[in-house]
Design a protein around this ligand. Structure first.
Ligand code: PHE
Length: 485
């Protein structure tokens, strides 16, 4: 409708001078006219020029008086034609604001005599204010003095009005031509008869409906790349269910250790026990726990096979490392660098920073003659690739490493030291029963994947990162991960 009106008008006239006026003359909604103007302009049917006008519109108070009459007239009409009315009586007849404003305006206009009693001073009044307000509502111009006084009474306010003046454009036609927009089979067959819409190279492409990687996966990829660049091989981490033997016993973690309690670990009901373990190795592990060997005194307790058989959800990926090192020890020795990044499970109370399942990043190097110096060197190399160049180490305790060190890194953007991992050299009590040569050492470290991800993506509640409360939109909007310098 608006389109016909505009193109039709331009067929016989040179110009639409004001889209606002044009709209009201044609009884069209100005917004609709503006939309059509923009679209016709896009196809160059018309040329346009912006018009900006400051115009006056009624405030809420102004709109009320335009409908109900000005307070002064309302007050005047509430005063009897003959005689008088008491001020209290008059007040009861009117809304409080109408009474208040009405009194002052009607007094100023000398329409009424104000005292204890109120009476009319003139017979008849005209509601000029209402008349002016109605004129403004209809978009008519009024004189400057009236504007000033209505503005002072806050009954009108200025508003910027935007419209257009419109002329024929280079592609003008009295009717819009249907242009072909798609390269369909039919359109291509009839291409001679058709006019194709020009390409708009400035148009934004349609958003791609594609999969989006979760932030943890993006960070995991970065960690993986760093390990691969440093020459590490990935360990197979596909079994979440592990026996206590590989998760704890093989790591020289005594059977009465609190981590082996069901308060800390999820044990499996079915199948509750593992089927097979390498028997001669189990025997050596039992011996080292009970009475030591290899220069160790052991723990001096009664080691129970049933405890080692219990299945659990692995509490750390070091369980995978113990399997891999055992497998390595069964062949002629070869130095190895291994890493893994996968899920682990702990029976933890869930809060802003803890989940019952999370991901561990784990690295280890197995070679002859490794020392704590090598471990510190490798950690410096590894973490500097993550953008952490300042590291500090704090002595710590793990049943399977000696010495053990907690790793702290100086976080430049947080401006503080944050704990970033745990590390150590695997104990002879762990390595020698496996059958590794005596001069082989293993240096290893582990960290969570969640913590660096939260720091990188500015997430302060772990439940926003992982689990059923994750916001899918957040995943779509996540930028790519850039770790490092
Ligand atoms: N397994 C340790 C943990 O769960 C991390 C670690 C790995 C520590 C390797 C030392 C050596 O936190």
């Amino acid at each position: 409708m608006a389109e016909e009106a505009i193109l039709g008008f331009l067929q016989n006239n040179e110009k639409i001078t004001d889209s606002g006026q044009f709209s009201s003359e044609c009884n069209l909604d100005h917004n609709e006219v503006v939309n059509v103007i923009k679209s016709l302009h896009g196809f160059r049917y018309i040329d346009v020029e912006d018009i900006k006008k400051e115009r006056w519109v009624l405030t809420d108070e102004g709109k009320k008086y335009a409908a109900e009459g000005s307070p002064e007239v309302q007050l005047f009409l509430a005063v009897p034609e003959e005689g008088s009315i008491s001020k209290d009586e008059l007040q009861k007849k009117l809304a409080p604001s109408v009474f208040k404003i009405g009194c002052s305006q009607a007094g100023k206009n000398k329409w009424v005599e104000m005292g204890k009693q109120v009476s009319r001073k003139v017979q008849h009044v005209e509601d000029k204010v209402k008349g002016l307000l109605l004129q403004i509502q209809e978009g008519k111009e009024i004189d400057i003095d009236s504007i000033t006084s209505l503005k002072a009474r806050k009954l009108i306010a200025p508003q910027i009005w935007k419209g257009y003046s419109v002329k024929k454009g280079p592609n003008y036609a009295p009717e819009r031509k249907k242009v072909a927009t798609d390269l369909t089979r039919e359109n291509l067959q009839n291409w001679k008869e058709l006019e194709f819409k020009e390409y708009n190279f400035n148009a934004k492409g349609a958003p791609l409906e594609a999969g989006h990687l979760h932030a943890l996966l993006k960070v995991r990829k970065q960690f993986k790349d760093i390990f691969v660049q440093m020459g590490f091989e990935e360990m197979p981490t596909n079994n979440f269910v592990e026996s206590s033997f590989w998760n704890f016993d093989a790591l020289f973690q005594p059977q009465q250790h609190p981590a082996r309690d069901s308060h800390d670990t999820f044990f499996l009901k079915a199948p509750s026990t593992t089927r097979t373990l390498p028997e001669d190795y189990v025997e050596r592990v039992k011996r080292v726990h009970e009475s030591g060997g290899y220069g160790s005194r052991g723990y001096n307790y009664d080691w129970k096979r049933e405890e080692a058989n219990k299945n659990l959800l692995r509490t750390h990926t070091t369980a995978v490392s113990s399997r891999m090192l055992y497998a390595l020890a069964q062949k002629p020795f070869e130095p190895k660098k291994y890493f893994s990044i996968d899920r682990v499970f702990r029976n933890e109370a869930v809060d802003r920073t803890h989940l019952a399942e999370f991901h561990q990043v784990e690295g280890l190097i197995c070679d002859r003659g490794l020392t704590l110096g090598h471990l510190i060197g490798v950690l410096n190399d590894f973490f500097s690739r993550l953008g952490m160049t300042k590291l500090r180490f704090k002595p710590a305790y793990n049943p399977y490493t000696e010495p053990s060190m907690e790793i702290f890194g100086y976080h430049e953007s947080l401006g503080k030291w944050v704990e970033i991992g745990n590390s150590g050299m695997f104990r002879p009590e762990m390595l020698l029963p496996m059958g590794l040569p005596e001069d082989v050492q293993v240096i290893a470290w582990g960290l969570s994947l969640e913590r660096p991800t939260m720091i990188l993506y500015g997430i302060d509640n772990i439940r926003d990162l992982f689990g059923h409360k994750v916001d899918l939109d957040l995943i779509k909007r996540n930028p790519i991960c850039r770790i490092g310098i």
